[in-house]
Design a protein around this ligand. Sequence first.
Ligand SMILES: Nc1ncnc2c1ncn2[C@@H]1O[C@H](COP(=O)(O)OP(=O)(O)OP(=O)(O)O)[C@@H](O)[C@H]1O
Length: 605
Amino acid sequence: MGFLFDGLDAEGYDRKYSDRELVRRILRYFRPQAPRIITAALMISATALIEALIPIFISRSIDEIQTATSLDRVGILAGALALIACLSWVFNLIRQTMSVRAIGEVVLAMRRDAADAVLARDLSFYDEFPSGKIVSRVNSDTAAFAQVMTLTMDLLSRLLLVVVLIGYLASVSWSLTLILLGLAPLIISAALAFRAIARRVITASRRVNAEVSNHIQETVSGIGVAKTFRQEQAVYADFLDVNQKSRRINLRTRYTFSSIFPLLNLLAAVGTALLVYLGGQAVYAGELTTGSWFLFIQGLQSFWFPLTSIASFWSQFQLGLAAGERVFALIDAEPRVVQVDRLDPGRLRGEIRFSEVDFAYKPGEPVLRQFNLHIKPGERVALVGHTGSGKSSIAKLIARFYEFQGGQIQIDGYDIRRLDLNAYRSQLGMVTQIPFLFDGTVRENIRYGRPDADDEAVMAAAQRVGNGDWLSSLPAGLDTPVGERGSGLSMGQRQLVALARVLLQDPAILILDEATASIDPLTEALIQEGLDEAMRGRTAIIIAHRLSTVREVDRIIVLRHGTILEQGTHDQLLAAGGHYAELYNTYFRHQSLEYIEAAGRRDAA
Ligand SMILES: Nc1ncnc2c1ncn2[C@@H]1O[C@H](COP(=O)(O)OP(=O)(O)OP(=O)(O)O)[C@@H](O)[C@H]1O
């Protein structure tokens, strides 16, 4: 039942499917599994039939033994029972294998579609929807759906057994069958009531368990900060509190479970007593054989499980469908970045033109308004401006991560919307502030830039960054593992790997978000060399944070609130004494050698 409360929060891309549409969609996944499902269904029917035979045979033996003159018949009945049990085992095995396989394949196909859809989504989708929830849809929701499908198969087989038994019982005694059927609503309503209670306590228990896990995760990930501020005791006390609460609630859950389910058994016992009493009277009056009496008592037992399951089945089935619906909604979420054509532009020259571009992440909150910018092939452009001025947004639009609402963006004269995204992005290199490295070796991470590159090409790219001097600082050279998200490397080393990766990729356009974090001077020099190498011969757009960069580029574009305030070289802009000069004084100047030397002299004085 673990899935019952997973990922139930609604998301913006959620939609309601009509029942028909939902069923049609589910059936489409099951269609390729038709042979397995049909086999399973046949096995379910066969098992139900022969399992119904077991109590019938036993009841017959009871009757036979009273009038038997020899034990032969009883022996035959016992043999038949053993045979039925074996057959039932075989049928069950086939059914389980078939249904597990069919459902497994369906889940595989759903997960594949969901993963495809997630990978195809543009970045705006990930901004809006937390990755944890997307993961939960691909993972838990598909599992929940599978669980419900398995449950449905099980229940169907049980129900079929009940139908066969009831049919037989009715032919033996109408009145007792009616009593048995009369107990059904009682059992179902009791089971429903108990289920409601169970659900409440389970919810509380799940919440508190999640709280405990969260607490542990937060404590472990923030342990460095806690230690720095000597807060270990407080963290420990908080944890004890949460743990105490968890113990209380989990105990209550256990008590509830251990008290309500025996109550259900009590109800079953009352029903049995009733049948024993009335059946006994009928046997006494000669209206019923002893064997049939036993059959009714046994019938209640077979009745019991499916009825309590039916009570909970419907809501579980709904939850399973809802899980399926959530997965379909994820698969069907409309992409916002839509290409209207698949033009392969060949090797790009790297010309970029924004004409009257309007862009907003959210309706009503424009970031760029009728924005114009022309970057020549091979030009090095630095974007500068205060935080929130729109630098990254321009880079993201060039990378086609987001859809813009008005105007046009052209790459080498082609409308960006008409390009084949794969072909285009293969010529677009990106180095982010905190480069994302995948768990693996440095070599694998560099090769990510061009998966078909051989070892020599990878090594050559690594050597082009700072003459390869940085490789000696890695314990196992290119084979050094980078750890999860690159955590095993220093920030500077990660930047160097990212630069080598982009050199191997050899893009026509390079987008670079310079790191703001300070790095030791040696690594900084290596990065600078790597950067120069990476920018050579291609168009480069740099979200600049370093003085050395802004001094080097062909053009600095100064942004404020999504508009270009001024542009030119470092010297031109300084001389103009405008916003850049102001930025320089507050942001870049302290990085200059003259400033650092003057500060040194002041400190010494
Ligand atoms: N994913 C997003 N969703 C919604 N709004 C966003 C998103 N990213 C940026 N914005 C908003 O768009 C505006 C421009 O942001 P942008 O990231 O382009 O600025 P920036 O100049 O790159 O800033 P920084 O130097 O801090 O990275 C800001 O007002 C910001 O709040």
